[in-house]
Design a protein around this ligand. Sequence first.
Ligand SMILES: Nc1ncnc2c1ncn2[C@@H]1O[C@H](COP(=O)(O)OP(=O)(O)OP(=O)(O)O)[C@@H](O)[C@H]1O
Ligand SMILES: CC(C)(CO)[C@@H](O)C(=O)[O-]
Ligand code: BAL
Length: 285
Amino acid sequence: MVILESAAALQAQTESWRQAKLRVGLVPTMGALHEGHLQLVRAAAQANDVVVVSVFVNPTQFNNAEDFRLYPRVPEADAALLAPAGCTALFLPSVEQMYAQPTVLRFDFGPLEQVMEGEHRPGHFHGVATVVSKLFHMSRPHRAYFGQKDLQQVAIIRQLVADLSFDLELVAYPTIREADGLAMSSRNRRLAPDARLVAPRLYQALTLGATLVEEQKLSPEAVQQTVAHYLAQESSIELEYFAVADAHTLQPVSGGWVAGSTVALCLAAHVGGVRLIDNVVVPLP
Ligand SMILES: Nc1ncnc2c1ncn2[C@@H]1O[C@H](COP(=O)(O)OP(=O)(O)OP(=O)(O)O)[C@@H](O)[C@H]1O
Ligand SMILES: CC(C)(CO)[C@@H](O)C(=O)[O-]
Ligand code: BAL
C-alpha cells in the first residue's frame, strides 16, 4: 500500500492505473476506521483492481467547531488496518492540500438537504459535496463506496453524480452494527462507558418504529410520537430529530402510508454529549 499526501501524487497514480486499464474503487472516509469502513474497503477490493481510501477530516462539512476539534484522528492506526483490507493507496491530504484557496462555488440540493442532517447541520452537505467532488476528480474512480448509515449523504451524492455527470457507479453499502445493534461510527469512541451502555437504545427505537410501520396500524405521525416517547424515557438520550420519511425523496411522510413506497426512519440524538445518527428502511407492500 502506498501513502499519497498530495492531490498531484494521487492524480498521477490514478492516471497510470487508468492507462493500464485497471478498475479503480474509491472509499472516502474521515478516518478513525472501524469494521464498517473496512467492509466498504473489502467490497471495493473485491469488485475493482485497485482501491483508494481517503482519510480526511473535512473542515468545510463541520458546522460545529468543537465537533471538528474533537473528531478522532489516528492516521497510523488507520494505515495499519487498511493494507490487510485490500487498500492499494491511502490518500492522506492536509487541509492546505485540499483547500489551497477558499472555495467560492456553492452547492444547494434544495428539498433534499432541507430536512434531517441538512436542516440541523447548516452547510454540512455543501461541504460534503465540495470534498467528494474534489476526491472524484483527483481519483477518477470507476466505483465509489458510501455507507447507508449516512442515508441522506448517499441521496445527496447520487444527485451530485447525476447533476455533474460523474462517470462512476455509486455503491451504497448496508449499515454494519455492533452485536448489540449500535451502528458502528467513529464517534462511538467518544462515548463514556455509561453512554455506550445506553446507545443501543437508538437502534431499538428504530426497530420498534419499523415494526409499527410494517403493521400500518398507526399513522406516520403516531409512529413518530411513539418512538420519540420511547426515547424520552432514557434521560441521557437527547433526541435532535426523528423523521418518518420517504426513502427516496427524504421528505416527511404524513397522513397515511403509500403502498409500494419505501419508508426511512432516521434519527439524530445526543448520547452523553456525543451526537450519533442512525436509520432503518422499511419497504411497504
Ligand atoms: N456502520 C457503518 N456501516 C456502513 N458504512 C459505514 C458505517 N459507518 C460509516 N460508514 C461509511 O463510511 C464512510 C466514511 O464515514 P465516516 O468516516 O464519517 O465514519 P463514521 O463512522 O460515519 O463516522 P461519524 O459518523 O462518527 O462521522 C461513509 O460512507 C459512511 O457512511
Ligand atoms: C463522505 C465523507 C468522507 C466526506 O468528507 C464524509 O462525509 C463521511 O465520512 O461520511
Ligand atoms: N459520516 C458523516 C460525516 C460527518 O458526520 O460529518
